[in-house]
Design a binder for this molecule. Structure first.
Ligand code: IMP
Ligand code: MG
Length: 176
């Protein structure tokens, strides 16, 4: 079985939209510093492109989580695989994610991070599939709402492949 990738959002569209969101974030955080938390691995391409376009001071940290459950359905209980290097006390935290699907991972992660006494916590995602939401999560910044389709590229993978595609594509399974 092989897959074909169909372009859903082009590289140019993604980059233009990231520029817009970065400008909005820079305005909202004027006079402050942002502590960006990249959720590995999917969030890494978006985090870099976003951070480069933010004009207020930025510090960066990385976290890796995996949800208990099978591959297609997360249970909502998140295991921290790699924790942050730095404490969050008093910081203005902006979590950067690749995609919000059921919302389970992020709602759990938000609770964990809020418990570390930051000054504020907001969420920025490249993609959102609002139709799939099971657990409510407040998305402060979203580049694109997309339909309920499995997407890859710009950090998102299918069986660990395609993260490096510079656009967002839909995976079409070719079963011949
Ligand atoms: P949830 O919001 O807890 O359901 O899980 C979100 C996570 O599922 C994301 O961080 C991705 O790792 C993964 N995910 C959900 N939808 C997709 C998709 O369309 N392509 C690739 N990964 C996805
Ligand atoms: Mg993810």
């Amino acid at each position: 079985m092989s897959e074909k990738i169909r372009v859903l959002i082009s590289e140019e569209e993604v980059e233009n939209r990231i520029q817009q969101i970065a400008a909005k974030i820079s305005k909202d955080y004027a006079g402050k510093e942002i502590h960006l938390i990249c959720v590995l691995k999917g969030g890494v391409f978006f985090t870099c492109e976003l951070a480069k376009r933010i004009t207020v001071p930025v510090s960066l940290d990385f976290m890796s989580v995996s949800s208990y459950g099978d591959d297609t359905k997360s249970s909502g209980v998140v295991r921290i695989v790699k924790d942050l290097d730095q404490p969050l006390i008093g910081k203005d935290v902006l979590i950067v994610e690749d995609i919000i699907d059921s919302g389970r991972t992020l709602s759990y992660l938000m609770e964990i991070l809020k418990g570390r006494n930051p000054n504020s916590v907001r969420l920025c995602t490249l993609l959102d599939k609002p139709e799939r939401r099971v657990k409510e999560v407040k998305v402060d910044y979203c580049c694109f709402n997309i339909p309920d389709e499995f997407v890859v590229g710009y950090g998102l993978d299918y069986a660990q492949k395609y993260r490096n595609l510079p656009f967002i594509g839909v995976v079409d399974l070719d079963r011949e």
